[in-house]
Design a protein around this ligand. Structure first.
Ligand code: UGA
Length: 432
């Protein structure tokens, strides 16, 4: 099939490359000429394991093309995916849809025969209806169909998630579009993915509801971890014990720092905002947003307690600063709240992250990027494991720190407390 992905950000690029790998002809469009030039040379703008190889392979085969020419790409394609950003508006919690609507307008000039226009970006309920209105100004009704097809890819696992999705959600009441979408996804359906055809608004809501529910699971277990710490219970046992009940499920029950990234924080805010427009109180989601904001406050209080309220001049090392492992993404990472707070209290911070230097900390004095784990830990009073990179799972902290009384605060519960205690290192974890 002939597809075009508008926007080569996270969603557009991963989906475009993976669709090409399934044998489709895919044109990826972006306004950013530099990005397109780089992509043609195999330089990938995001950090995603396996994506570079897959991009090069499909580009070489000719199935995958990159261009800045939107009009030409639209004319050549039958299925057009809108994959541009939908960030939170500067003032407020609503999603900023200006990029989506601009694309809809631009595309409308080039549709002369039947094409399917799909929102793959996360868009609030009723966005499809608004795009349809924009299209109707220029295009005959019979020549287009607006479909919602939300993506459920996780950063760092995106290629696997694309190829083995739990479900494919297609929001349309148009039978012809549904048939085309089903055949586009046939290779994944035959491998076991469930296919759900629902209304367009239904699909739009499923995306937000899913992210909000996962965020709720995380906040729920994080709050229980607070209780576990007080009553001497291991939160990991609680997660396992709960998760074994199939109705609950064990995934997304890992207690840790505040959830971050480009999706959960933004999408929980946006769905709460949509609900407000429709005069509905999503009180659970609002509580989750509040609980997650408070999460860093709670963990910082514990840091303070661990250091006996003497943060000034303490050398604190952050192992990992990204919002999760296997990504270089810093968006809404809890390290962006924690590090500035500790600096304000007079701490000296060193950090190491396998994804490299972070410009986000440039503006602060007393923050140093260490080029390797060894130099980041040298002389540290406290080592905070902030992100669960594999690189940190089997380190010998005793020889790394060279300090007799180094303390470790393992915010991801990745180390074995028994092993650490054998090394006579003070060890603190989450929910134990
Ligand atoms: C999330 C969803 O998982 C994807 O299904 C969705 O497609 C994507 O958002 C999106 O809307 O585009 P992502 O933001 O890449 O994916 O990251 P997750 O792996 O979901 O992690 C989000 C946050 O939750 C991270 O800060 C992570 O550390 C935290 N988390 C996750 C926990 O604290 N505990 C867990 O058990 C799981």
């Amino acid at each position: 099939m002939k597809l075009c992905m508008i926007g080569t950000g996270y969603v557009g690029l991963v989906s475009g490359v993976c669709f090409a790998d399934l044998g489709n002809e895919v044109i990826c469009v972006d306004k950013d000429l530099n990005k397109i030039k780089n992509l043609k040379r195999g330089i990938i703008p995001i950090y995603e394991p396996g994506l570079e190889e897959l991009t090069k392979k499909n580009f070489k085969s000719g199935r995958l093309k990159f261009t800045t020419n939107l009009s030409d790409a639209v004319k050549r394609s039958q299925i057009i995916f809108i994959c541009v950003g939908t960030p939170t508006k500067k003032n407020g919690n609503a999603a900023d849809l200006s990029q989506v609507f601009n694309v809809a307008k631009e595309v409308s000039y080039d549709i002369k025969n039947f094409k399917i226009l799909i929102t793959k970006s996360t868009v609030p309920v009723t966005t499809g209806d608004k795009i349809e209105k924009i299209l109707l100004k220029k295009v005959k009704k019979k020549n287009f169909s607006i479909v919602s097809n939300p993506e459920f890819l996780r950063e760092g696992e995106a290629i696997r998630d694309f190829n083995f999705p739990d479900r494919i959600v297609i929001g349309t009441s148009d039978k012809k579009s549904n048939k085309i979408m089903k055949s586009l996804y046939a290779p994944l359906i035959s491998k076991g993915a469930k296919y759900l055809n629902t209304s367009r608004r239904g699909a739009e809501l499923i995306k937000y509801a899913s992210n909000a529910f996962l965020a709720t699971k995380i906040s729920f277990i994080n709050e229980l971890a607070n209780l576990s710490e007080k009553i001497g219970v291991n939160i990991e046992d609680v997660s396992i014990g709960m998760g074994l009940d199939k109705r609950i499920g064990g995934r997304f029950l890992r207690a840790g720092p505040a959830y971050g990234g480009s999706c959960f924080p933004k999408d929980t805010r946006a769905i709460a905002d949509t609900a407000k427009l429709f005069k509905t109180d999503l009180s659970i989601i609002k509580s989750v947003i509040k609980s997650n904001k408070n999460r860093s406050v709670i963990l910082l209080k514990r840091v303070s307690k661990i250091l006996k309220n003497k943060i000034k001049n303490k050398k604190i090392t952050f192992l990992g600063v990204t919002f999760k492992a296997n990504t270089d993404d810093m968006r809404e990472s809890s390290s962006l709240t924690m590090i500035p707070y500790l600096l304000k209290k007079g701490a000296k911070i060193k950090y190491y992250d396998p994804s490299g230097y972070k410009k986000e900390f440039e503006k602060f004095k007393n923050v140093t990027f260490a080029k390797n784990i060894k130099s980041s830990c040298e002389g540290a009073d406290l080592i905070i494991i902030h992100t669960e990179w594999n690189d940190f799972k089997s380190l010998n902290f005793k020889s790394l720190s060279k300090k007799r009384n180094v303390i470790i605060y393992d915010m991801r519960n990745i180390l074995s407390p028994e092993k650490i205690k054998k090394d006579k290192i003070s060890y603190f974890a989450i929910g134990k």
